[in-house]
Design a binder for this molecule. Structure first.
Ligand SMILES: Nc1ncnc2c1ncn2[C@@H]1O[C@H](COP(=O)(O)OP(=O)(O)O)[C@@H](O)[C@H]1O
Ligand SMILES: [Mg+2]
Length: 237
């Protein structure tokens, strides 16, 4: 396998990742993960469905574009596989190229066809924090704000920054999904999430161990999408 093809890699990142581990992982992606993976995007606004993934690979999470998997021998790396029909892996690679190395973001070590090999972020999404009743300190929100400012300074446009795309790790904030950061049109998702945090969560809920079932969280997500569509339409009229 030719290994350091510049088109497959984000410059320099591989130097800090053991190249032999990465080589073995990529072999396993081609031989074990991809041939046995059944992944489908049914509705573009809902997470993809993973019908099958075989050991030693495990599903870590899903988003509207992709499934994210890890191999039990290489826990510091995850593989984000775009579902058939969902484009965007090249744009995401370009975003990681521009971001370089920053503590609040992952990094891309390799990318090809429809998948990217990324640094694992060991956080919990804010969405899952609400489900598990974990308190979200203000520092998390401030860290994410600063990270998004950094992304802007790299010529990017933070987009679709919502509860499933940001994480908390040891009281600090991380941004886990940057796939739409090349889209220039304005997106208010993060500003709306911050309003909900400062106006509702902090004064009303942060005192309790608020643990919301996923069907409630999904209801909030769907209602917010509807609200966003109505707001857009009323702004156009
Ligand atoms: N680098 C990572 N480290 C750990 N978990 C991740 C990482 N990237 C994604 N995930 C998990 O996978 C989920 C889906 O990934 P995401 O990048 O949001 O996909 P999409 O672009 O399809 O929305 C995330 O919500 C998160 O739980
Ligand atoms: Mg996402």
């Amino acid at each position: 396998m030719s290994f350091f093809r510049p088109s497959d890699f984000v410059a320099d990142s591989q130097l800090r990742q053991n190249p032999e581990d990465l080589e073995r992982l990529i072999e396993s992606i081609h031989q074990e993960l991809l041939p046995n993976l059944k992944i489908e995007s049914i509705k573009p606004h809902n997470p993809v469905i993973v019908h099958q993934v075989l050991e030693p690979w495990q599903l870590l999470g899903t988003g509207n574009y992709a499934g994210v998997f890890y191999h039990s021998d290489y826990c510091d790396l995850v593989v984000k596989v775009y579902a058939p029909g969902r484009s965007g892996w090249e744009e995401e690679l370009e975003v990681y190229r521009r971001l370089g190395s920053h503590p609040a973001f992952s990094e891309c070590f390799y990318a090809k066809d429809n998948f990217l090999v990324l640094k694992t972020l060991y956080g919990i999404t804010l969405y899952d924090c609400l489900n598990r009743g974990l308190k979200i300190p203000q520092q998390v929100i401030e860290d994410i704000d600063r990270a998004l400012e950094y992304a802007r300074s790299c010529g990017l446009y933070p987009h679709d920054v919502h509860g499933r795309n940001v994480m908390m790790l040891e009281g600090r904030g991380l941004v886990v999904d940057v796939s739409d950061f090349l889209r220039e049109e304005p997106c208010l998702a993060w500003e709306d999430l911050k309003k909900a945090y400062y106006w509702l969560y902090l004064p009303l809920f942060s005192w309790h161990r608020l643990s919301l079932p996923y069907f409630i969280l999904d209801l909030v997500r769907t209602s917010y999408r509807l609200f966003r569509r109505l707001r857009l339409r009323s702004n156009l009229i």
